[in-house]
Design a protein around this ligand. Structure first.
Ligand code: E4P
Length: 218
């Protein structure tokens, strides 16, 4: 499973990259706004900066919700760098646009996916990635991991090539469950990635090794 980081914060991206396990980055308008990236030029430059930091797929989301607008914005984003993946919302014009981008060799990430039916449509349109939002599904009382499992099964039996990019990750346990359920990629906040490092027995064991190591050095 590939590891993407879900942020527009450059120091968090650098920290995950320095770990040596980072395969890509996803952003969205809320994450860009959180970093106070304002104005078209600043937004485009921010994407270029991220592309220069991480050699992997970088999702950049369109703001338009109509076919013509999505195509115009997507072409501009894709022209920024070969690693840009155009992130398109799961709406009717979004599906039409994903089909257009697929036919024109532009990679896409179909976002805001909450059902298997939506994931089937995204794959039929040729999306490179489909992003089920598992945390938001959990928040609403359903089971996000069940959806990953269901999409994984459907894509396997149907031979669909779209990659499942599990999004809206809240915890390290979400990442583990996504790996088990068949996600190809997990995009997570830095805190969830770092949570995977932690186990109390590791801390206790290391403290003992450090203590005993002192006895070896006199
Ligand atoms: C997906 O690509 C989105 O950027 C993101 O995972 C949404 O997560 P949230 O539900 O924590 O906002």
């Amino acid at each position: 499973m590939q590891f993407f980081i879900d942020t527009a914060n450059l120091s968090e991206i650098q920290e995950a990259f320095d770990l040596g396990i980072l395969d890509g980055v996803t952003t969205n308008p809320s994450l860009m706004a959180r970093e106070k990236v304002v104005g078209k030029e600043a937004v485009l430059n921010h994407y270029i900066t991220i592309c220069n930091m991480v050699d992997g797929d970088i999702s950049a989301e369109v703001l338009s919700t109509d076919f013509d607008g999505i195509i115009e914005e997507g072409k501009e984003l894709a022209a920024l760098h070969p690693n840009i993946v155009v992130k398109v919302p799961m709406i009717k014009d979004g599906i039409k646009a994903i089909k257009w981008f697929t036919n024109n060799g532009i990679k896409t990430n179909c976002t805001l996916v909450f059902s298997a039916g939506q994931a089937i449509l995204a794959a039929k349109a040729g999306a490179t990635y489909v992003s089920p939002f598992i945390g938001r599904i959990d928040d609403s009382g359903w089971d996000g991991i069940d959806l990953i499992r269901q999409i994984s099964h459907i894509y396997t039996v149907q031979g669909m090539q779209t990659k499942i990019l599990a999004a809206s990750i809240r915890t390290g346990n979400h990442i583990i469950a996504c790996a088990e359920a068949g996600a190809h990629v997990c995009t997570s906040p830095l805190s969830s990635i770092l949570a995977l490092l932690k186990h109390p027995l590791t801390d206790i064991g290391l403290a003992k090794f450090v203590e005993d190591a002192k006895k070896m050095s006199n």
